[in-house]
Design a protein around this ligand. Structure first.
Ligand code: PLP
Length: 482
């Protein structure tokens, strides 16, 4: 991977692109931020984008497109059935992953719906390194259950282990023996493991997982939504891959899988998704669900323009200079926060920078949703929107009790090629201020709580007047600054 050094010795990431289209931003004054977040039920999802200065909610569907993607969108072939656009997309996907069938879907969770409907039966168990919110909901809706087998380092925000998304292989074997292979339709590998801080899994570990699957005759499936970051980390951190191209690493990983699916809102810098597989019978079965839930087999709910952008975006994912941008900016942010003593997940992963809410605000107990409280506090402090990835992102247990998350994180996603370094510095500055004033932050409680995926639409209120005090302290410290 190319390195560009600064004469000054400063270690900062350098943008390998230039900005040619811009969007004006607005930063409301702190009093307005306080009012707006309360009107949004203290749920960052319910804020309007116009009132957000830095939208670090997600990298999903909000990455900057390249000039080549934009150009490709103009030549899209609009047809309900058999469009040339789909032919191009299908060829690219099958070329990169070396599989036999590609089924389009409108986004990642739509793939999960189709996969669960096709393969998961009542009482089934799906072992995986770690769950993702929508994945778990779809599996449970189909009557199955998730069993997490990530290594213990994965759940330790302070561990510097380079592949915290790895499977605990012995534990995986134990789970399979206990459950019985007949109740395990597939093992799921999530690359760039989202909910534990965008942490990668190594190629060596995936090989081990494959061996276990072969031993028991179980299919292996990859959720490739966050593959691009994982590819970068494998190349950077795994000795045997240092001299391999990203394309070669991609193929090496795909060769281990029976099936894979992805959200193209992440992989491919567009908006869409799809499933790749080798088995004709399963492909046929899934095709019926594609036509039922998504659309005809040659668009699957996606617009042809997005499909064209995705084809180019997937090819661009094979370019190290393109996929290194996210991890490099994230690494800069994480390292700067570590220097300032802020509790963040280390080592820097993909996807974004993850604040450890349990350590940031230990005074807020898990039943008062510390990660959500921190997200509200950061919006008040800087007009920055992050995503709660903790207990609020877990739905309640069957008996109505809270399902406490293993980690309490506030994820500050880094949409690719969207923010400049000075904006990242601004975010760091406001986080540092918030940390110095952390004793002012209190908890939240629900006033409206949906049963499924409650974090999307739930509404909450503060457990005290802590938000007003935080806004007043901001005014006191920053004077008339926004
Ligand atoms: C690992 C993983 N799987 C699945 C999904 C679901 O994808 P989508 O948001 O496109 O439905 C996501 C989205 O963030 C994800 O990160």
């Amino acid at each position: 991977m190319n390195e560009i050094k600064f004469y000054s010795g400063e270690n900062i990431p350098l943008e390998m692109h230039k900005v040619r289209i811009v969007q004006k931003l607005y930063l409301p004054p702190v009093e307005e931020r306080l009012k707006l977040i309360n009107e949004a039920g203290n749920n960052a999802y319910l804020l309007n984008n116009r009132n957000i200065y830095m939208d670090m909610l997600t990298d999903s569907g909000v990455n900057a497109m390249s000039d080549n993607q934009q150009a490709a969108m103009l030549r899209a072939d609009d047809a309900y059935a058999g469009s040339e656009t789909f032919v191009r997309l299908e060829a690219k996907v099958l070329e990169l992953f070396g599989m036999d069938y590609f089924l389009p879907a409108h986004q990642g969770r739509a793939c999960e719906n189709i996969i669960s409907n096709t393969l998961v039966n009542l009482g089934d168990v799906i072992p995986m390194n770690y769950h993702f919110t929508t994945t778990k909901s779809h599996i449970e809706k189909a009557g199955g259950r998730v069993e997490e087998v990530v290594i213990k380092e994965g759940l330790n925000p302070k561990s510097d282990y380079p592949f915290k998304g790895n499977f605990d292989i012995e534990y995986l074997r134990k789970v399979i023996k206990e459950v019985g292979r007949e109740h395990i339709p597939f093992v799921r590998v999530e690359v760039g493991t989202n909910l534990i801080g965008g942490q990668p899994i190594s190629l060596a570990n995936m090989r081990e997982v494959r061996k276990v699957c072969d031993e028991f005759g179980i299919m292996l499936m990859m959720d490739a939504s966050l593959l691009q970051d994982n590819l970068y980390f494998i190349k950077e951190r795994e000795e045997e891959c240092k001299n391999m191209s990203i394309r070669e690493i991609t193929m090496e990983i795909a060769n281990l899988m029976d099936m894979l699916y992805f959200s193209a809102r992440k992989l491919g810098f567009a908006r869409g998704g799809g499933i790749c597989l080798r088995d004709k019978n399963i492909a046929n079965k899934m095709s019926e669900f594609v036509t039922l839930y998504e659309g005809f087999l040659t668009y699957g709910g996606m617009s042809v323009r997005e499909m064209e952008a995705m084809t180019i975006g997937l090819e661009e994912t094979m370019d190290e200079e393109i996929i290194n941008q996210g991890p490099k900016f994230i690494e800069y942010m994480v390292n700067e926060l570590v220097k300032k003593g802020i509790p963040v997940v280390t080592p820097a992963g993909g996807l974004g920078c993850h604040l450890d809410a349990n350590l940031f605000i230990p005074q807020v107990p898990q039943q008062e949703y510390p990660s959500a409280a921190l997200s509200v506090a950061l919006y008040i402090a800087g007009g920055i929107r992050g995503m709660e990835r903790g207990t609020l992102s877990e739905d309640r247990n069957e008996d109505g009790s809270e399902h406490f998350s293993k980690m309490e994180l506030l994820r500050l996603a880094m949409p690719r090629r969207v923010f400049t370094l000075s904006q990242v510095k601004y975010a760091i500055d406001r986080i540092v201020w918030l940390y110095e004033n952390r004793e002012l932050i209190g908890g939240l409680r629900f006033v409206y709580e949906p049963k499924i995926l409650r974090f999307f639409l739930g509404r909450l209120e503060p457990t005290s007047d802590w938000q007003t005090k935080l806004a007043e302290k901001f005014r006191q410290d920053f004077g008339d600054s926004l």
